[in-house]
Design a protein around this ligand. Structure first.
Ligand SMILES: Cc1cc2nc3c(=O)[nH]c(=O)nc-3n(C[C@H](O)[C@H](O)[C@H](O)COP(=O)(O)O)c2cc1C
Length: 225
């Protein structure tokens, strides 16, 4: 493992979509997962399961689902313009790498599918109606007990010289994913992450500056830093 500091790792852990087929040692994947499970989860429930897909046939099946889902994403992006912080050539480069992954998800030597068991709270049919209504309004928080672990996977991959990308469009065909991975009814998948050694290099991650995205004391007043 390269001796990266935390900030150096964060600042260079960009999405890697072009991945070499070379195998990744199980010990490294175990270490990546050991980093994942250091993440916080609501009530420290740790109701997660990380499915590591090595089987070539299953990877190809998941890759085919990703490809099918990409047709939907392509429709959504049909008239997409680059966001203000991205020029056209950068956007075109981004989209080319996205399309590359559409066609090669199943060729990554490892796919990691982070899953989460449905929360005990959303199962509580016996709760009073007003509490149930409040819980329903918080449904968008469903992934908050798994995405910190997903970010740890991204960072640990970077630290071990591996590339990965957080993708979610497989969820358009969640039923098919459930079948391939044998997911129990109360377990849902939250990401499909190709993992392997990058074809290129990790580059610096560029973002909008802090003072454009952070506010002081309420929405609208920019953080002065
Ligand atoms: C919720 C979420 C869903 C994403 N889904 C996809 C996806 O389906 N396909 C893909 O190639 N990248 C996907 N990404 C990766 C983003 O495109 C990427 O994080 C963003 O462009 C920043 O890239 P960078 O870190 O290389 O600058 C997703 C990221 C997030 C956070």
């Amino acid at each position: 493992m390269a001796d990266f500091g935390l900030f150096e790792t964060m600042y260079s852990a960009g999405a890697i979509r072009r991945i070499r087929p070379d195998p990744v040692p199980d010990e490294i994947i175990t270490k990546v997962l050991d980093a994942a499970i250091r993440a916080p989860s609501g009530s420290n429930a740790q109701a997660w399961t990380f499915i590591v897909v090595k089987d070539a046939a299953k990877r190809q099946q998941l890759g085919a689902i990703y490809k099918k889902a990409s047709a939907i994403l392509t429709v959504l992006y049909a008239d997409a313009k680059p966001p203000p912080h991205m020029d056209q050539s950068k956007f075109d480069r981004f989209w080319r790498s996205v399309v590359h992954l559409f066609n090669h998800m199943g060729d990554a030597p490892i796919l990691i599918v982070p899953c989460l068991k449905q929360s005990m709270w959303t199962n509580a049919a016996s709760l009073p109606d007003d509490i149930k209504a409040r819980m329903a309004s918080a449904a968008r928080l469903a992934g908050s007990s798994i995405y910190p672990a997903v970010q740890n996977i991204i960072l640990a991959c970077r630290a071990y010289g591996l590339g990965t990308t957080l993708t979610t469009i497989h969820a358009f065909f969640e039923d098919e994913v459930r079948q391939i991975l044998n997911l129990p009814p109360d377990v849902q998948s939250y990401a499909l992450m190709p993992v392997g050694y990058p074809q290129g290099k990790h580059g610096p991650v560029s973002r909008k500056p802090v003072n454009e995205v952070a506010c002081l004391d309420g929405y609208g007043k920019p953080w002065p830093g």
